[in-house]
Write a protein that binds this ligand. Structure first.
Ligand SMILES: [Zn+2]
Length: 161
């Protein structure tokens, strides 16, 4: 009897199961139940090397075990990011990026505040101009101002005479 497709795949996996990057680095036996296997595939040796150097393998395992399974991939991503940054910058690590982004956020907030103030100022100018325009196009305003001028002139003439 020919083995089924699934059986063939299972045999294939067993035969070709490669130790994950963590087990390769730590020179230990790796199987399907390896906790690090899903996050450190055998071809990503560097990824494990960096977290191993910074946190130590047993701490990495502890940190992965501490979180629920659905969050483990993100946990590993964060650990790798932090470890890579710390290897690149042993003094500040990821905090350099955090400081930089905080400074940028503050600068953008200042810019936003001054832009808002400018918009407010322009809005006020626009309202003033529109007010004047509406006013001068108002026939009553015209009449009143003409009347006022006429009265003033008349008064002046009256006083003079
Ligand atoms: Zn493994």
């Amino acid at each position: 009897m020919q083995p089924s497709n699934m059986e063939m795949q299972a045999m294939d996996r067993t035969r070709t199961h490669q130790p994950c990057a963590a087990c390769r680095t730590l020179r230990r036996r790796c199987d399907e139940n390896c906790i690090l296997g899903p996050y450190f595939p055998s071809d990503e040796i560097e990824k494990f090397a960096s977290v191993h150097k910074i946190f130590g393998a047993s701490n990495v395992i502890k940190m992965i075990q501490m979180v629920e399974e659905t969050k483990r991939e993100d946990t590993v991503k964060a650990l790798v990011y932090e470890a890579t940054a710390r290897l690149r910058d042993p003094v500040y690590g990821t905090t350099r990026t955090i400081f930089h982004l905080q400074k940028m956020a503050e600068e953008l907030k200042t810019q936003l505040d001054s832009t808002r103030a400018k918009v407010f100022e322009l809005q006020q100018q626009k309202d003033e101009i529109l007010g004047v325009l509406y006013h001068t196009h108002d026939p009553l305003y015209y009449d009143a101002s003409l009347q006022l001028n006429y009265d003033t002139v008349t008064n002046m003439l009256y006083i003079d005479s």
